[in-house]
Design a binder for this molecule. Structure first.
Ligand code: 5GP
Ligand code: ZN
Length: 113
């Protein structure tokens, strides 16, 4: 989709700190990291949010979910990690292209313990 920053990052139109990519998805580092490791896993195809997912995207989403553990292992997140999908205004979504935050290398316990 034109004018979508994550489409441009995922498809190489804008250089970024890419951690992983294949024909379906891309994972790059968040520009404003909230943890020592903070990555965004996105589909290369434009999907606005969880609310725009269709049944035909099932294989793509399964593919992305199954990649998370590989990406986490490649970043040394052996002690665990958190995945977050902000959706819509109340969910705090600021970029309208579906993305899975993957955060790790610090304790993400909530409430902090
Ligand atoms: P959201 O708030 O939509 O769940 O998350 C959007 C995330 O994208 C934020 O964590 C923000 O720091 C990150 N972000 C926004 N613009 C860019 C960008 O141009 N490059 C990268 N790598 N991350 C971005
Ligand atoms: Zn997009």
């Amino acid at each position: 989709m034109e004018d979508c920053i994550f489409c441009m990052l995922a498809n190489g139109q804008i250089p970024t700190d890419m951690v992983y990519e294949d024909e379906l998805c891309a994972c790059f580092r968040d520009a404003s990291p909230q943890a020592p490791v903070h990555m965004l896993l996105v589909p290369k195809k434009h999907i606005g949010s969880l609310n725009e997912l269709e049944c035909g995207d099932a294989e793509l989403i399964a593919h992305m979910m199954l990649k998370i553990k590989e990406i986490a292992a490649s970043e040394g997140l052996d002690n665990g990690y958190r995945c977050v999908i902000n959706t819509g205004e109340d969910g705090g979504q600021t970029v309208p292209h579906l993305h899975i935050h993957i955060l790790g290398k610090r304790s993400l316990l909530w409430p902090p313990g």
